[in-house]
Design a protein around this ligand. Structure first.
Ligand SMILES: [Zn+2]
Length: 253
């Protein structure tokens, strides 16, 4: 993939945000969700608080220094520290918009993974599962295409207080995922909260979000017809390592 210029990255991020925010996709309403894009080794764009993804424009994003914002993960930061460090992490201090506290989580994902675009949403279908007593069933695989798009496994985050506690829990679980699977996570499900699509491109974020919603809808429906028939580990690893599926995976990237 060719590296885009800062402007083209921002344009792609805006288009991706509008796509995720379209009402008929039922991924988010009002000011829910947030999106981001990696710019270079240190900086990334993230949605500023209070913007609606469906209508967001360039001014709705803030450019953040990852090395600065990730200092919050190391320290026992108070609420006042969080506010100050988030403000100081803005590359352009003249920009008045406040980055949301979930900026730390986005920064951690850029630090730990190969993500170039990230989309976080609260899809109705996904949250119907994530807010149920069977939320971990979301980790079972039901269809080959879901493995191709969403990955051989997904990261599961038990309910955690949004903000720094959530960012720390995500960092811990992403590292565990990487050492277990030897690859990057693409899909992360948050109990009683929502979905993160961790993409190498804006299109991959859109594909993961759409497939996670389909997966959740199919899963919910299986309970009305006897319950889910999850694919076996053998079947999953077969799909995941087949050369033709690798070709398809790269086409979707
Ligand atoms: Zn959220």
């Amino acid at each position: 993939m060719t590296e885009g210029t800062k402007d083209s990255i921002l344009n792609e991020l805006i288009a991706m945000s509008h796509h995720l925010g379209e009402e008929q996709r039922e991924l988010l309403i009002i000011g829910e969700g947030n999106t981001s894009a990696r710019i270079d080794d240190d900086t990334f764009y993230v949605k500023a608080s209070g913007n609606n993804l469906r209508t967001i424009a360039a001014e709705g994003f803030v450019k953040i220094s990852r090395s600065k914002v990730l200092k919050l993960l190391e320290s026992n930061a108070t609420d006042a520290d969080v506010k100050r460090v988030l403000s100081e992490s803005r590359v352009d201090p003249a920009v008045k918009s406040q980055p949301s506290v979930e900026t730390v989580l986005h920064g951690a994902l850029y630090e730990l993974t190969d993500a170039r675009f990230i989309g976080h949403s609260h899809p109705i279908a996904v949250n119907a599962i994530m807010c149920s007593t069977r939320s971990q069933d979301i980790l079972g695989h039901l269809m080959p295409d879901e493995i191709v798009v969403c990955g051989v496994a997904s990261v599961y985050i038990p309910y955690t207080d949004p903000g720094l506690p959530l960012a720390r829990e995500v960092a811990k679980r992403v590292k565990e995922f990487q050492s277990k699977w030897g690859e990057q996570p693409r899909t992360m499900y948050l109990q009683n909260h929502g979905l993160f699509a961790i993409g190498r491109s804006a299109r991959e974020v859109q594909n993961i979000s759409a497939m996670a919603v389909k997966h959740a809808r199919v899963l919910a429906t299986t309970y009305t017809v006897g319950g889910p028939n999850f694919l076996s580990e053998h079947e999953i690893s077969r799909i995941h390592t087949r050369p033709d599926e690798e070709v398809r995976r790269n086409q979707f990237k």
